[in-house]
Design a protein around this ligand. Structure first.
Ligand SMILES: [Fe+2]
Ligand SMILES: [Fe+2]
Length: 241
């Protein structure tokens, strides 16, 4: 029996976004377009890159690395959700900036992921889940700060979209944390030191290489915000065990 069964609330991005047409974005001001372009594009990329991470973990599993059943239960719902987010952001980018979804997909498939900076965290499930808990909490907070931007665009589907995505990211954070707390309870005393190392890695000024993890650029990922994310994670683990 699984010590923890990951939770999820499946939904379909393209159904939720179906009412939107290019006309809904035609009256954006130049300032709004300039703000949305990197916002949508960076989300297209990092949501897609979850697939790169899953493929990397499958490669490592096939080469002998071990991950628990609890981890694969998390991975399955997480992977499906991130693909759903990718497909939705790809649609939003296409509607707003007139680029075809096929063209975006082709560009995503051509990007090469480089996991060399994270090797130690990928082979050790406890470290991996801590890193993912940190990453997903940072993403949850970032999407929460985007809510007013999406609301300002004036279409109810966009406000609903960012709220659903934000809620999924919060669930990912919770699931990753629960895998640590259940399957790896004996290692929780290591958590604070490891979270500080993840934070230090995140604050290092290195290029993002299509890895999903630690894709933290822009104002909603300032050092103060990322430090607060690490503090929250450490405090939750210290309180709950
Ligand atoms: Fe996501
Ligand atoms: Fe996520």
């Amino acid at each position: 029996m699984l010590l923890y069964q990951s939770k999820s609330r499946p939904w379909r991005a393209l159904e939720l976004l179906a009412p939107l047409t290019p006309r809904d974005f035609a009256n954006l001001t130049p300032d709004q377009r300039a703000e949305l372009e990197p916002n949508f594009w960076e989300s297209v990329c990092s949501e897609y890159d979850a697939e790169n991470l899953c493929l990397e973990l499958e490669r490592r599993r096939d080469a002998g690395a071990h991950y628990s059943e609890e981890f694969w239960s998390f991975e399955a719902v997480w992977r499906r959700d991130e693909m759903n987010h990718y497909v939705g952001f790809r649609r939003l980018y296409a509607l707003t900036f007139g680029r075809s979804e096929d063209d975006i997909e082709a560009e995503m498939r051509q990007r090469a992921a480089d996991f060399s900076a994270f090797g130690e965290f990928l082979e050790d499930e406890f470290k991996l889940c801590l890193m993912l808990a940190y990453d997903e909490l940072a993403t949850t907070r970032s999407y929460a700060t985007d809510v007013p931007l999406y609301q300002s665009l004036g279409h109810p589907a966009l406000a609903a979209w960012i709220e659903r995505v934000r809620a999924d990211e919060a669930m990912h954070y919770y699931n990753a944390l629960r895998v640590c707390q259940t399957r790896h309870h004996d290692r929780l005393p290591e958590a604070a030191t490891l979270v500080r190392r993840v934070l230090a890695l995140d604050l290092t000024d290195t290029d993002y290489r299509a890895t999903f993890i630690l894709d933290h650029k822009g104002p909603s990922y300032s050092p103060a915000i990322l430090t607060a994310v690490a503090d929250t994670l450490c405090n939750v683990i210290a309180r709950q065990g």
